[in-house]
Design a protein around this ligand. Sequence first.
Ligand code: G6P
Length: 368
Amino acid sequence: EEIEKGSFAHFMQKEIFEQPESILRAMQGRIEFENATAHLGGLNLDRQELLNIERVKIVASGTSYHAGMVGAYLLEQLARIPCTAELSSELRYRNPIVERNTLYFVVSQSGETADTLYAMRELQRKGAKVLGICNVVGATIPRESDGGVYTHSGPEIAVASTKAFTSQLTVLYLFSLFMARMRHMSFEEGLALVQAMDGVPALLQQVLSRADSIQELAEKYSYARSFLFLGRGINYPVALEGALKLKEVSYIHAEGYSAAEIKHGPIALVNEETPSLFLVPNDPLRDKVLSNMKEIKARKGPVIAIAVEGDREVAGIADDVFFVPNASPIVYPFLLMVPMQLLSYYMALILGHNVDQPRNLAKSVTVE
Ligand code: G6P
């Protein structure tokens, strides 16, 4: 175990810091600069079947479900294919309607999660074609699925998933790019996306090099017993994942919400001791997020923002800001996620918890 951790104190820390390489591995050999697209070998679908796809559904649990929610956003926005993500445990028991020309993906790091496996079998029984996005090679889901893509993250040991999530995202970006380029996306747009993806590992390296300032934030806010994580658009599921990470390893109560939705309930939780963490990329929803932030400040809630370098306005509103490098708006899920992983990690350490094996949780849940 000591050898595998190398110079790191914990697996979670190692896996967070490994992400520039693990994302690269998920992309390797799959990006085509010359055609401004991606290719994924294991889809098992011929050209006509790919063109016939009218809908995509993504089924998963836990962190993989959050990756699926980002994927749904990508498929709709980039490829203009209607797509939804659903929890495996819910899908299985609602007698799902399997429609023609619908492609199903199950996303699972371990490839063994019982709810996801049973949901896949139920879909297959009803005639669906189900592809897997899995990490563990040869696990039950990749064996029984009708095809799929491996994320190649390498073994993920810490119970709280970090690098597996960003690798799942990578595969979902590549699949969305591929589908978009078969349909209406231009070469120029495709190339811009390929270049943005290609730049992610180096940008994450910059984020990771400033982990110390996240550690300071964790110290400052470790008093909190409850946290809100707020994002919008493609970064709404990223906020959900940020809240999940904090709960899992630090045992601090955290709610992930759409920043727009706080006024319908969670704002009632806000007081001087309940911090809100806002995701503020420079995308078209930024101004809306800033006004959501002001609503919290007006109620004396501490505000932490993860924002884009040079955004002075955010710095004027929030109590603390962690800046990520400027990037193409579509790739912010990667850049905003990593600081929240670090925050949870440091928070757990400060509070003296077993960060790699949190109480009551299992890496792979093989029972219903
Ligand atoms: C467990 C793990 C989570 C994981 C979820 C789904 O709850 O603790 O980290 O996200 O299962 O696992 P899977 O292997 O299907 O991605």
